[in-house]
Write a protein that binds this ligand. Structure first.
Ligand code: SAM
Ligand code: SF4
Length: 466
């Protein structure tokens, strides 16, 4: 395929989808596709979908409805718009999408998007391919590398998939079915990708995977590397000043991971560690394979090693059979840990998962009330955490211009957005910022005397909380 064509990709759901969308754009760039932010001018629209909750999946069909109008309008002007559905809805529903939405030209699952150019050729011939097998080949071996300009355009903080899939089979979750078995990418492939990112100006890498701390990749020395060992090596790459990882599972926090939180200044002191519930009864029914105490012990080990660590989590309210007492246990756990933020969701039955067939589904209005109460508590904890930062100096990685003229915006070590009046030339650098005030979600600060590219100073959370 040749010629300048416009590609519009819409990403739903998790960071893995954000990453996959970029890789799809990279895959299509050599075929002459340039990305556009304006769907109206697109020749190819890719919806990179999420199946994790019912609402997420429904959104795709509403979007397809809007695209049908767009496609018809373009056809009147003699222009053909191709519509591809990718991601986890594609994987879960496959041919059903083709049946429900005749406007869709092709369907491709998350393990097969390296085949997009070939599938587009098929679509151009009038076929409607559905590619949802888990192919024997590893897609990463076929993906095209992004150009330096593409990396630069995406900013100084990048996601890097190091692990995919999940073998844990929590009873509520579709991931093991849509993303497949847990696989770790080899160390050398990850390092090559990280070095390319760093060479193009990336300063912060977030290692991503559905179960990222279960990472066990083949190392260049013939041994299996843990996530901790991978981080020690990634931290040596010149230009990489910050490392993060998401999403982790409490069961896979081993001693080496705890140790790098203590010893590796590049590893940021914020950790997303989903717990889902504070009730042992519910954790058991969820097949989480950890208890409330196990979770608290993991937090304790991490805090002992690194007092500056702040935690975020995921919660599900209204899992089948959840009583008021179970929910109260969740609130108590939140009080006990003290989070700096969290994602919380009403339980959504997913077809094919064991929990969808469980008795005692919780009524919608009960879930709504519980979610509200939980979110109020988390909001209070987040506000207190942000307030405790006022008057402190935090290192900020500046990423872009801010909301107001003369302002630039970046992220603190705790992932808080920080707005500062400062020259745009600082974008891409790390500078010390004195925090003056907080908004609902952002912090506002002033550049401290020292501005540079040094590794981040580790703020002391115990001091912040004092
Ligand atoms: N691997 C991660 C873990 O073990 O916690 C999370 C992966 S999932 C993409 C992100 C979050 O979605 C989960 O932590 C959970 O809170 C939420 N989630 C997953 N399935 C759900 C469901 N059926 N209903 C509501 N929330 C769900
Ligand atoms: Fe889903 Fe559980 Fe695997 Fe996380 S650990 S991806 S919640 S099955």
């Amino acid at each position: 395929m040749t010629g300048p064509r416009k590609l519009y990709i819409k990403s739903y759901g998790c960071q893995m989808n954000v990453y996959d969308s970029l890789r799809m754009a990279d895959m299509l760039a050599p075929d002459g596709f340039a990305e556009t932010k304006d769907v109206a001018e697109a020749d190819l629209v890719v919806l990179n979908t999420c199946h994790i909750r019912e609402k997420a999946a429904e959104k795709v069909y509403s979007e397809i409805g809007r695209l049908r109008v767009l496609k018809d309008e373009a056809a009147k002007d003699g222009r053909k718009v191709t519509i591809a559905v990718a991601g986890c809805v594609a994987q879960a529903e496959g041919a059903e999408i083709m049946r429900r939405a005749p406007v869709v030209d092709l369907v491709v699952g998350p393990q097969s998007y390296h085949r997009l150019p070939a599938l587009l050729d098929q679509a151009a011939r009038g076929e409607r391919p559905v590619e949802t097998e888990f192919p024997a080949e590893d897609k990463f071996n076929f993906l095209k590398n992004p150009t330096r300009d593409a990396i630069r355009a995406r900013g100084v903080s990048a996601f890097l998939t190091i692990q995919e899939g999940c073998d844990k089979f929590c009873t509520f979750c579709v991931v093991p079915y849509t993303r497949g078995a847990e696989v770790s990418r080899p160390v050398e492939k990850i390092l090559a990708e990280a070095e390319r990112l760093a060479a193009a100006g990336v300063r912060e890498i977030t290692a991503i995977g559905q179960n990222v701390n279960a990472y066990h990749g083949d190392g260049p020395d013939g041994t299996t590397w843990t996530l901790a060992r991978l981080f020690e090596r990634l931290a040596q790459i010149p230009g990489i000043d910050r490392l993060r990882y998401t999403t982790s599972h409490p069961r896979d926090v081993d001693d080496s991971l705890v140790a790098v939180h203590r010893d590796l200044p590049e590893l940021m002191p914020q950790l997303h560690l989903p717990v889902q519930s504070g009730s042992d009864r519910i954790l058991d029914a969820m097949n989480r394979k950890h208890t409330r105490d196990d979770y608290l012990r993991v937090i304790e080990r991490l805090r002992k090693a690194q007092p500056a660590l702040a935690f975020t989590s995921d919660f599900i309210v209204g899992f089948p059979g959840e009583t008021d007492r179970d929910f109260t246990d969740t609130l108590k756990l939140i009080e006990e840990v003290g989070f700096c933020g969290a994602f919380s969701f009403k339980y959504s039955p997913r077809p094919g998962t064991p929990a969808a067939d469980m008795d005692d589904q919780v009524p919608e209005h009960v879930m709504t009330e519980r979610l509200h109460e939980l979110q109020l508590l988390i909001d209070r904890q987040m506000a207190a955490f942000n307030k405790a930062c006022v008057g402190k100096t935090l290192d900020v990685l500046f990423e872009k211009t801010g909301r107001h003229p003369g302002q630039i915006a970046g992220k603190s070590p705790y992932l808080q957005p920080v707005q500062v009046m400062a020259p745009a030339s600082l974008i891409g650098t790390i500078a010390s910022v004195r925090i003056d005030d907080t908004g609902s979600y952002s912090l506002f600060g002033t550049l401290a005397d020292e501005v540079g590219n040094r590794v981040p100073e580790r703020p002391n959370l115990a001091a912040l909380e004092a």
